[in-house]
Design a protein around this ligand. Sequence first.
Ligand code: FMN
Length: 338
Amino acid sequence: MIDLATVARPIIGAPMAGGPSTPTLVEAVGAAGGFGMLAAGYLTPAALADAMAATRGPFGVNLFCPPDTEPDLASAQAYRESLAQLAQQYAVELPPVAVAAAADDDHWAEKVDLLCERPPAAVSFTFGLPDAETVERLHARDCTLLATVASVADARAAAALGVDAMCVQGPEAGGHRATRRIADEPEDVPLLELIAAVRAAVSVPVIAAGGLMDTAAVEAVLKAGAVAAQVGTALLLADEAGTSATHRAALTDPQFTETAVTRAFTGRPARGLRNDFVERYDTGAPAAYPAVHQLTRPIRAAAAAARNPAHVHLWAGTGWHHARPAPAADIITRLTPA
Ligand SMILES: Cc1cc2nc3c(=O)[nH]c(=O)nc-3n(C[C@H](O)[C@H](O)[C@H](O)COP(=O)(O)O)c2cc1C
């Protein structure tokens, strides 16, 4: 159980799946007076258990909710064909569509069981909402439940489920947009407006996320009524973050001049630095998650191994150019209003 009003600093270290959110980062955010979140996404249940065991102090865990629809195989096949030339360039085999599109719920049931067995202080959800039974089971273990939402309609649905707080994600956010359904196109109501609209619609506390890179931005969301700010991109260059070398280098590379929201890498909309892969594949990318994630994976892995940022997903929020390498404690302190 976590009472956000009692956390020393109103800063939550965003869960960042794919490497950045290490136990060391989560612990450092907590030790600095904030609250850190482990990212369960893409991990096996055993790897999640290890990460939880390795993290000291109160922390939260973020889960990807299972996909709401099955992918359209024809559009996944067409996308696979469009990737063939790049696959050849890296000399990698792409999985057949039937394999890439096989049912994959990111080990939802096993992860929920694990969290019920060893409850963390908080559990947050993205990519949809949990079922009522999961809410009941985790509440029975005293977990504070946070739904990540990016629209008023989804905030209402989350409130009806009885979650304890909303993480409201604005369009400025790095990484995947917290759209509920795979086919949903993300809205672009700016964060401060979205906070006001969600607060008017639901009565639970609101945490704000998206593009918060300095004290003034944190101050603004607190003034708008949020109880805390959740920051991702600001921590990507933290000493304790597990951000890959290619991703770190790209975040300070002047060749990248903007971010874009694209389905090209995973099939769900996500914001990252606009690179050659986005240029080439954004238009044809189908709303097929996680099939597209599986299809593009060999190319992304080969490009990362070659330290080539052109064909790797480089998640970043709109404020990425303000990210600086530093110990996480310094970043958290710098973000905290006086
Ligand atoms: C590299 C990266 C990975 C992310 N992974 C997750 C995740 O696993 N689960 C989640 O709920 N949000 C994830 N997010 C989104 C964050 O929770 C948050 O909404 C976002 O970082 C806020 O915007 P900012 O990056 O501008 O601070 C990720 C963001 C980034 C940058």
